[in-house]
Design a protein around this ligand. Structure first.
Ligand code: TYD
Length: 151
């Protein structure tokens, strides 16, 4: 079993709907270790870099606006960024997060319980969680400076 680190972002819908505590509680219940946490102002450049693999998707422009808080009145587009560490951390966090599409996310998962699809077809799914080891390494390095994440 691999010891992994994974990046979690509490997205603006999660923050606006006061789901930050609930999300951290679910993450804590996995037994994984919280090794990084900070509030980050999401610049346009950071948002585009984070989601660069999706740059050619039709939903990309609104995804950038969403993560920057434009649909939820979040001041300066700020999000809580977290890093959890432990055995199979990436898969375990994805399991409690649920599927990307809130309509397909299993009951009891965070996205299945609290996510929604807007009338403009934007997925609002409460949190971001890294999807594989390469993404996790890239994302942790993008959102946190060396030294901000503990061993
Ligand atoms: P993606 O990286 O595919 O999923 P995940 O967040 O589960 O790793 O997509 C990033 C975000 O883009 C997703 O959380 C919500 C948004 N999105 C849409 O709004 N519509 C879509 O059809 C897809 C696939 C994603």
């Amino acid at each position: 079993m691999a010891i992994e680190r994974t990046l979690i972002l509490i997205k603006p819908d999660g923050a606006a709907r006061r789901l930050t505590g609930l999300t951290i509680d679910r993450l804590d219940s996995t037994g994984l270790e919280l090794v990084g946490a900070k509030m980050v102002k999401v610049s346009e450049a950071l948002a585009r870099e984070h989601y660069k693999a999706l740059a050619d998707k039709p939903f990309f422009p609104n995804l950038i606006r969403y993560i920057r808080g434009e649909f939820h009145g979040i001041k300066d587009g700020r999000v809580l960024a977290l890093v959890y560490r432990g055995e199979n951390a990436i898969k375990r966090v994805r399991e409690i997060a649920g599927a990307t599409n809130p309509e397909q996310a299993a009951p009891g998962t965070i996205r299945g319980s609290f996510g929604r699809i807007t009338t403009a077809q934007q997925f609002e799914n409460v949190l971001h969680a890294s999807s594989d080891p390469a993404d996790a390494a890239r994302e942790v390095a993008l959102w946190f400076a060396a030294g901000e994440v503990l061993d």
